[in-house]
Design a protein around this ligand. Structure first.
Ligand code: NAP
Length: 281
């Protein structure tokens, strides 16, 4: 099924790309192809592969076909977890997170890695100038990105985490995955949020749309929105409240640059990818 999605002009090139639901938008081809061009990697191209859930197994099997010369792919919603049974091996990071966002092929073998957590932390520290060491955080959401962020925060010596999620059971399950850490869980509603924000240094939204009331926030809380785009209602609320804040574009760029590096062996091209997406910042 992948062969049909490779335009004939790219046959023979080193191909990478993204497995994505046909309805979802993505900025990844833009940033990767810009970096290939600027680095003079003329023989590389990044393609969008539309893959429906029922086509995933066939798509992974196509990655093993040497004729197609696919060096790897990014994996995004809804495939990040469902791809696991089809892979030959996982990095320790992907195993901890229980999800994959990067796949590498090597002589017919397929390995999975996850660069979301590292992308988040490097953006938080370097773009947001926020160090989670010894801090108290709230995670608003408990999906795949939330889990990657939770793990990376504790790897960076976060003190406590409150997970608030629409489906309480998912937050509870996530907390149980890290029994040695100080994690509390609650239903995601305004009352619980107001209470949790009383002892909070950083609020992180990992749902498609975070809370929007500026009265919730104060300048002492750093507000992070994993959603990327020019701005979001949550970031607007944070700005009104005078809270330092950061959107998810830096995380997108950094996780992408780390995947690029895994495939090509080049240094992660953070600055080039940022340049590619400057109109989206
Ligand atoms: P996911 O695994 O599908 O999880 C979605 C999360 O959002 C779950 O906690 C879900 O709650 C919650 N949610 C969804 N719709 C909701 C609604 N209408 N009201 C309240 N909660 C809702 O997705 P994900 O991969 O974690 O991604 C989450 C968000 O992070 C995405 O919207 C994406 O924009 C962003 N993201 C950004 C980057 C980046 O590089 N910047 C990378 C990955 C993701 P339930 O558990 O109750 O379903």
């Amino acid at each position: 099924m992948l062969e049909k999605q490779i335009p004939s002009k790219h046959e023979g090139k080193n191909i990478v790309g993204i497995f994505i639901d046909p309805a979802s938008p993505t900025l990844s081809p833009k940033m990767h192809n810009y970096a290939f061009k600027k680095l003079g990697l003329k023989n590389w191209v990044y393609l969008r592969f539309n893959v429906k859930p029922e086509q995933l197994e066939e798509a992974v099997s196509d990655l093993r076909n040497p004729k197609l010369n696919i060096k790897g792919v990014n994996v995004t919603i809804p495939h990040k977890e469902s791809i696991l049974p089809y892979l030959d091996g996982l990095s320790s990071e992907a195993e901890k997170i229980g999800a994959v966002n990067t796949v590498m092929t090597n002589n017919g073998k397929i390995a999975g890695d996850n660069t979301d957590g590292k992308g988040f932390i490097s953006s938080l520290k370097e773009d947001g100038h926020f160090d989670p060491k010894g801090k108290n955080a709230i995670l608003w959401g408990a999906g795949g990105a939330g889990r990657a962020i939770m793990i990376s925060l504790f790897e960076n010596e976060l003190k406590t985490l409150g997970i608030l999620n629409r489906t309480l059971e998912k937050a509870e399950k996530m907390a149980k995955e890290m029994p040695d850490h100080a994690i509390t869980v609650a239903q995601a509603d305004t009352k619980n949020l107001v209470s949790a924000l009383k002892n909070c240094d950083i609020f992180i939204n990992v749902t498609p749309r975070g809370p929007e009331d500026s009265k919730l926030f104060t300048p002492s809380v750093f507000v992070y929105d994993a959603v990327y785009g020019k701005s979001t209602p949550l970031l607007e609320a944070a700005k009104t409240a005078g809270s330092p804040c950061l959107g998810g574009l830096g995380m997108l760029i950094r996780q992408g640059a780390l995947s690029f590096s895994l495939w090509t062996g080049q240094k992660p091209p953070f600055d080039l990818m940022r340049e590619a997406l400057k109109d989206h910042a």
